[in-house]
Structures are given as structure tokens and as C-alpha cells.
Design a protein around this ligand. Structure first.
Ligand SMILES: [Zn+2]
Length: 508
């Protein structure tokens, strides 16, 4: 018996040791490239506070260095919905979801008749089927869902013969076929990625330590920084490197804010990057450095009953499509992206207007909108005030986009001087275009609903963050994030994430 136990233990140790090694590839030899390189570090959920207080107290030397040698803004506008997959797709393609076609972390595909989600928690993943979620997140997102009509920064540079790197970003499409290391019993996945490619333990060039499962399967700051530092030391930086630091997102969801310690920790990791160049200034001579967040965060109230609008409950009289495959008798589907939701009628007799009626009196809801021929209709939750808009030529916004607008402009907090055709944005930065793009991000008839700051929606097993933090909405609390740019005198045309692709390509 004891011998058997020892053998079993030995087998487990060997299996564990083998699992630490899977996905580790040989470092690719990237050709040395001329000119200035761009390093873009996305610190998931980096917020302007406590960052700004820490800079004022001289406690974050790397961030302060970037600000002093370059520029800092806390008013960068994200994409919409403010969910990582949609934001990252906007960053890399320079388009909103009407063009890149990634509508959110969750959305309903009419073609496949199922709720698609790229992974948002253990239980929804088990319910949808682990294999399905893995395929959506690790294969379809980059290889079939992200529109081929738009090119990523990686693809643009590959066309001109330049190499690029993507380290722990979930959206990364380029044109090199890579075999992801998928653990047994799931089958192999091939994906189109950049020359230098790291995606957790699925594809990497270094070990990610002894506890990969606790450390988000290698999608963590330490692994990302290790890979970047090695490239700098070996003088092997490609033209463009994007690095994701995912750790702060977990904390912002749990606490609704960031602690000083964790921002100081990220600063230490940035210092490691600058040290790798020898002198910090050398980093800025060789590279354009961009360090930024990706969205804001709304602090969710502590009282669960008040904080959460339960859409399953609102539509309890209807048959809502479950996770996994939906059946022919399902009447509607809910795709909840934290503080925004898509709501779909699945039968002809289910009217959008009947659904609006169920929602419009809830004062916690912010915007309820839908397409009406070429118009977009928007209603304010609670008050029921309405406006509509379409692409046209009556008004010009801050970004030189032209619109026809009718009804109560207060609904989208649009600012307009009397008799002027120029309009400005208040609480919903780039609100017209971002709302328009989300409503045109995929096929079908649906409502798009957002919720006031402090609240969150729930439906079909979506995760909630009572007493913590959440994003997804169009509101400025979800939308603004901080950005540092150093190593160049140029700046993006506008302070929007959708304008960064052009800016990055201009630097080479
Ligand atoms: Zn998040």
C-alpha cells in the first residue's frame, strides 16, 4: 500500500512538473530593426486616484519620470462597452465595434443562436461548457469574430515587414500561426499571433513560477514584466510591443478602488523596465513609451438589493435563453456586460417597445436605446425623456463628427450654445459615436441599456461586484482613464483610445 501511495505521489509530482513546462517555447530571434520603437504598457484598470496623489508625494518615481519627460492626462476616452475585449479591439484596430465587431464580453449571436461569452467567471464558464468558452476566448475572438475588414497594429506593421510583440494581451491578431498549449483533455488550438507572443501558460518563453493556477495561469504582471525586461536586455525589441499588466483589475473589482500599495508595486515594475535600459533616459531615446489604463471604474453600493438590477427578475415572465445553446422556444436573451446590457427579443411577437416598458420606470437605469431605421433612439431611465440621432450634417461634435439630432439633448448631456451647430459632451464622452457603434456592432434587433454610477446589472449568471467596482457603461466614470506618453513630442489627434492606432503608426 505504501509503495502504491509513493508511486501515486511521484506520478502527481511529475505531472505537476510537466504542467509547469507546457507552452514554454524557444525565444524567437527577431531581426534588429531601425528607428524608434514603441512600447505600450496597458495597466488594466489603472485609475487617476491614488496615482495622482502618489505622484504629488513623490512615491512613484517611474510614473513621475514619464510625466516629467513627457505628458500626462487623466481624460483619455475608452471604447464602449467599457469591457476589455471591446476596448482592446478598439485600441489595436483604431475603430469602434461597428467596424471591429467585438460587441462586448457577452453578446448574442443570431447566426449561431447562442449567447457568446469570452469567459467571465468559473460558474458561467462551466454552464456554457468549458470547451465552448475556451474556443470563443482563445480562438474565435481573434480568428473569426474580430472583423477581417479592419487591421490590427500588428497586421499593419507585418505588411511593411516589421516585427511586433504582444505580451499577455487577449486581443493580438497578426499573421503568424501559433499552437497554443491547451491542457488535456481539450484539443489543440491554432491562432494567428505576432512574431513574439505571450499568452499566459498557453504560449510563453519563460516559466511563470510554481503556482500558475493561483497566479491567473500566467496572465499576471510578473510574467509580463519578465518577458519585456528580457527583450530589452537582449536588445531585441521589435518595432511595436504591447504589454498587459492585469493585476490591478482584480483589486479594482473587489474594492471599487485601488490601494496605494498596489500602484506603488506597478511603479516598481515600471522601474525594472527602465533599469533594463541602463539609464532611464536611454529608454526614452530608444523608445516611445506609453503607459495607460483602459477604462474607469464605478464604485458599486454595498446594499445588494439596491445596487443590483436583476434583469432575470424584470423579465421573469419570459423564457430567457440560458448559457450554452438556446432552444427554439426561448423568447429573449440577455447579454449583461456589468454596467451595460444587450437585451434581445428572440420571437417575432416579442416587441422591443414592450421590453422598454418593463425597464423605463427604474430610476437606476441610465440610458435605454435602440435602432429605429437609420436613427438611434435614446431614453433616459426613470424620467422617460427621449431624443434621437443619426449620422447627418446638422451638428458637429468635438471630434468633427456630424449628426442630426432631435428631441431632448439633455438625455445624452449634450452641450450646445443657442443657434450654434457645435455640440460638446458632458457626462458621456464621445457619447453619440460610442453609442452608435455599439448599436451597430452585430446583427439583430436589440435594446442597449446602461445603468447609473453606483449600480450594476445581472442576468443569465453574469458576475456582480456588490461593494466593489464595476465598468461597462457609457458614463464618464466608466470611460475616462489616465495615460502617459514620453519619448516623442507628438500627441494623438484626440484624447480617445480609438485615435491611438494612428498615433502609434506615426511614430515609426
Ligand atoms: Zn475589469
Amino acid at each position: 500500500m505504501t509503495v502504491l501511495l509513493w508511486v501515486l505521489l511521484l506520478v502527481l509530482v511529475v505531472a505537476y512538473w510537466a504542467s509547469l513546462k507546457i507552452g514554454i517555447k524557444k525565444h524567437p530571434d527577431l531581426p534588429a530593426e531601425e528607428g524608434k520603437k514603441v512600447i505600450l504598457i496597458v495597466v488594466d484598470s489603472l485609475l487617476s486616484e491614488p496615482l495622482e496623489s502618489l505622484m504629488a508625494q513623490n512615491k512613484v518615481p517611474a510614473f513621475s519620470f514619464l510625466k516629467e519627460k513627457g505628458s500626462y492626462s487623466n481624460r483619455m476616452v475608452s471604447s464602449f462597452p467599457t469591457m476589455s475585449v471591446t476596448i482592446d479591439s478598439t485600441l489595436l484596430t483604431g475603430t469602434y465595434p461597428d467596424k471591429h465587431r467585438i460587441p462586448g464580453l457577452r453578446w448574442y449571436s443570431l447566426k449561431e443562436k447562442r449567447l457568446i461569452h469570452y469567459g467571465d467567471g468559473v460558474f458561467p464558464t462551466i454552464k456554457s461548457g468549458i470547451k465552448t468558452v475556451m474556443n470563443d476566448g482563445l480562438f474565435h475572438l481573434n480568428n473569426t469574430h474580430l472583423s477581417t475588414q479592419t487591421r490590427t497594429i500588428h497586421e499593419e506593421l507585418a505588411v511593411s515587414g516589421r516585427s511586433t510583440a504582444s505580451i499577455n494581451a487577449i486581443v493580438y491578431r497578426s499573421n503568424h500561426m501559433k499552437d497554443l498549449a491547451i491542457p488535456w483533455p481539450f484539443s489543440k488550438i491554432q491562432t494567428k499571433a505576432p512574431d513574439y507572443f505571450v499568452l499566459g501558460n498557453f504560449y510563453r518563453y519563460m516559466s511563470s513560477g510554481f503556482f500558475p493556477f493561483i497566479n491567473y495561469y500566467g496572465v499576471n504582471n510578473r510574467v509580463s514584466i519578465q518577458h519585456l525586461v528580457r527583450m530589452i536586455r537582449k536588445d531585441q525589441l521589435p518595432s511595436f510591443t504591447v504589454v498587459y499588466l492585469a493585476d490591478l483589475d482584480h483589486e479594482s473589482h473587489k474594492q471599487g478602488e485601488l490601494s496605494s500599495e498596489s500602484v506603488v508595486q506597478v511603479d516598481r515594475q515600471l522601474q525594472e523596465v527602465f533599469h533594463a535600459f541602463g539609464k532611464w533616459d536611454e529608454g526614452l531615446e530608444k523608445c516611445v513609451f506609453m503607459v495607460m489604463g483602459d477604462s474607469g471604474v464605478s464604485r458599486i453600493k454595498n446594499d445588494k438589493k439596491e445596487a443590483i438590477v436583476d434583469l432575470d427578475q424584470t423579465f421573469s415572465k419570459m423564457r430567457v435563453a440560458p448559457l450554452g445553446s438556446s432552444g427554439p422556444t426561448d423568447e429573449m436573451a440577455l447579454a449583461v456586460n456589468e454596467r451595460m446590457s444587450y437585451i434581445y427579443p428572440l420571437q417575432d411577437q416579442v416587441e422591443l417597445q414592450a421590453m422598454v416598458k418593463e425597464l423605463k420606470h427604474d430610476e437606476r437605469l441610465d440610458l435605454i436605446s435602440w435602432k429605429d431605421k437609420d436613427w438611434v433612439k435614446v431614453m433616459q431611465g426613470g424620467s422617460g425623456k427621449e431624443m434621437r440621432f443619426r449620422k447627418g450634417n446638422t451638428f458637429v461634435d468635438e471630434y468633427h463628427q456630424q449628426w442630426d439630432i432631435e428631441g431632448d439633448m439633455e438625455v445624452l448631456d449634450l452641450k450646445r450654445a443657442p443657434k450654434e451647430e457645435a455640440i460638446g459632451y458632458g457626462s458621456y464622452p464621445d457619447g453619440l459615436m460610442r453609442l452608435y457603434a455599439a448599436l451597430h456592432s452585430h446583427e439583430g434587433k436589440f435594446l442597449l441599456v446602461t445603468i447609473q454610477p453606483g449600480y450594476e446589472m445581472k442576468g443569465t449568471g453574469s458576475p456582480t461586484h456588490v461593494g466593489g467596482g464595476s465598468h461597462g457603461g457609457l458614463h464618464e466614470v466608466d470611460s475616462y482613464f489616465p495615460i502617459f506618453i514620453a519619448g516623442t513630442k507628438e500627441r494623438p489627434t484626440y484624447n480617445r483610445i480609438v485615435d491611438l492606432k494612428d498615433f502609434i503608426l506615426r511614430q515609426m
